[in-house]
Structure formats: structure tokens, C-alpha cells
Design a protein around this ligand. Sequence first.
Ligand code: ZN
Ligand code: ZN
Length: 351
Amino acid sequence: MHNSSRFGKILFLSLIFILLTIAMTMTENTKKTPEHHLENGTFVNTNGTANNKKLKELWKWMTGKKETKAIPIEFEMVDPDLKLINQDKSFSITWIGHASFLYQNKELNILTDPHLTNRASPINFAGPQRYTKPAMKFEELPKIDFITISHNHYDHLDLKTVKWIAKNNPDAMFLVPLGLKKWFLDKSINNVIELDWWERHIINDTKITFTPVQHWSSRTLFDRNQTLWGGWHIKNNHHSLIHLGDTGYSDDFKETFKKLGPVDLALIPIGAYAPRWFMQFSHMNPNEAVQAFIDLKAEKAIGMHWGTFILTDEPVDEPPLKLEEELEDRSLDAKSFITMIHGQTINLSED
Ligand code: ZN
Ligand code: ZN
């Protein structure tokens, strides 16, 4: 009798265990995988597209350049306003060059896609070279609280730069796209949080949300789209900003406005757009950048991703000129969407 009741108890518990396992597997299976996550572990854009440019097309672009080859020119540079930058509760933005900004929102010091070395390449003797030097030196950076990385392309993620920052700011947090954390851990940079689109991280009073844009990722020939790409929306009680990283034009900007509301300042890429047949998918021209500005309903915008590296075929000083034309054509205030001088610091309290 005793034995049979024990047997019954075991049978009953086993049954419960089996049912629980089935229930858990079912929840697991019914949990919807986001549409931009493919089964093979790679990612696609919100409209289902992936950059499908083949090596053949890259070769065609590189060898068949009929359009004017970009000629380096020397841009004016100014020294960053270190007095303002080092003030307590500084409220400012400094353009270091390309997609790198130092943004201070009265609360935190934030670096976006920091690149403070000479080349945007996996090797140090070839690849896109800077023709405008970084407008801030490593030693000029204030204490950094967090760093946002838009994606893993070499002009946005520079190994030497992130290593220096991590070493000299042991408490700084790197916010990176989904799938990219491992790259940092492999480099012994351990303060890293990776986010999927629309996921949010909060530091003090600042809320940081990762937003979708139309782009792609790769660091080697074999890792295309294995890590995500996107923009960073940073908001506290004083100010909101979005850094769009690298992006072609898509409906993502309208969606970002719908989900997160208007921003005070948008950092929008305006360069690396020629030739269009090759670049349109991944980079906006100034015309599309103005449309993005309108879609985001941003109060102000700064054009970035130009004037620093020669990546594509347009003349290097063309993006700001085209931007001005476009604003005029649409009867928009030229002061609403500006470009900065390399090194310039804007005092956002006065803006
Ligand atoms: Zn890119
Ligand atoms: Zn880029």
C-alpha cells in the first residue's frame, strides 16, 4: 500500500513535470520572433530588405567610375570649446568629424560613433583615409559616461578609439546594436549593453532607445548582417536628440516619430551618396536627408557623415551645398538644418 501510494505520487509529479515542459515549449514556440530576425541569424531592414549588393557590383563601381572622383580639399577647422565642455552640467554638442559627436545633456557626457584615428579600415596601411583630422584629441575628451555605436562599419566603429575610451573611462558604458556585444567582449571591453530595435536603456534620467534605420553591417567578408544597425534616441528632461548613424531613406523615420515623438535635435547623415545606383540603399543624399528631418518632425538638425573620409564619388564639399539648395527649394529655414565646422562646439542653452 505504502509503495503504491509512493508510486502514485511519483507518477503524479512526473505528469505535472511533463505538462509544465510542454507548456513552456509552447510558450517558447508561440513567442513571436521579430520580423527583422532571420532564421539564419542575420538581420534585415524593417521593410524586409537586405543589402544585396554583390562583389560584382562593387567591382563595377570601383572600376567603372565615370563620375567625378572625389578630390580631397582642406576644410576649415576650429578648436572645440574646452571651457564649455569642461563646465559642470555642460549642455553642448561638438562635431569631432564624420558621425562622431560629443553630446552633453547637462547630465551625461555622450560620444556617438567615436572615431579619433587616421583610417576607417581593418588594416592600418590601406582603406579610406581621413583627409580632415579628428577635431578632438583623446586627451581633450572629458570624462565619458556612455558611448553609442550605430553599427560595425569601420567609419563608425574604430577599434583603437573604443579601446582608448574604455581604458581611460572604466565606468563608461558602450551601447551597441544587437549581436555586437561579443566583438567588444573579445577585445576585453566588458561594459557593454546590446539592444534590439525599440529596446531602451536608462542611465540616471536619460532614456536611450535604439531605433531602426535602413542599412546593413559587415566587418569582414563573411559576417554580413550578423549584427544589427540603427539610430540612437537619447532623451532626458532637458533635451532630446537622435543620431541616425548610417542610413538610406525609408519609412523608419515616420515610425520613429510615431513611437517616440518629436526630437529637439536630429543628427542626420548627408554624405556618401554617389553613385546613386550603388549607394541609395544605404546612404541618403541631402534631398532625402531633408525628408528624414521632416518625417522625424525634429526642431533642428545637423548634417553629418561628410567632409571627413572619402568613401564615395560625390565631391567632398558637395553635401552641405546641396543641403542648402534643398532647404531653399522647400522654403525651409536654413538655420533649422545646419552643418558644423569640424571642431565646432554649439552651446545648446543658447540655441
Ligand atoms: Zn555603414
Ligand atoms: Zn558610414
